[in-house]
Design a protein around this ligand. Sequence first.
Ligand SMILES: [Fe+2]
Ligand SMILES: [Fe+2]
Length: 297
Amino acid sequence: MPRQIITGQKIADHVKRLGDLYPPIPLDTVDRTILDPDAVKAKFSYVLDYLARVELEVDRNVLELLVLLPDVDETNRMFYADVWQPQEIQHGLILDRLQQDLDMPAAEPHLDVSAKIKMLGALAHFEPIQQVAKLLYYLTGASTERQAVLAYNQIHAGLTDLGERAIAETIISPIKQQEPGHFAFYQMSATAMIQAGELKPWQLFLARVLRERSYGLVGTNAIDRYKADMGAVIISLGMEHGLEEYAREIGRVESRLLWANDQGMDVPSYILKALRESIELYYERESRGLTGAVAVR
Ligand SMILES: [Fe+2]
Ligand SMILES: [Fe+2]
């Protein structure tokens, strides 16, 4: 448990500061000069395609939020409507433009709200369930935003190594600056709920069960094709051999808030499992491609 008490006021101030500091990035401020398109594609085509899609799925994430949290308060509303959605959609549009510059097909965001979310949403009209849904929503946000932070750091380093300064500095760098603030919002919001003791033991128990059963890596949407794509992203970013450390990073908030009393849950096992599954699905798909069977991509 962190030393500091996170108050509602602190979270509201954070959201306001993010809005003031980071207006959405206008498309015409970026320099899309690419020195060696083939080299960029060889190294980052999977990653750019994946991130462009996921960022463009922000509109579905907003719908999910409204389904899960029908009684959303002003701070949450201000975050998703005035800060998060406007920033993320620009990330998506800019990355999608960049991948089309590289002669790659445009992203196809998956915009349907899943049946699972709709079901949880129906239950969320019952206040104690809505509190559980809210905690899970914040934990999901913290984990996915942390994945975004790590991915953009890696891409920035990789593009700099390739000498692609224009896109590293005018695209990835400003995007990368905006992600930690999103992470902090979710982390603070989840922490505040636990610190204030908002959930009863049975609600925390339910949150743990649901989390273990439904955890998904960013953008995988519980669909195997996207999980395999995520496997390719992990490999492209050079993180295949540090999965345990990666799982620890992206699961830090929930291991502290949900599993603090559990020995050995320093790396949530369901996160490690999701990472391994993605990589396996990717290799499986690749091997099918090599043998001439149906290649998905
Ligand atoms: Fe983003
Ligand atoms: Fe983000």
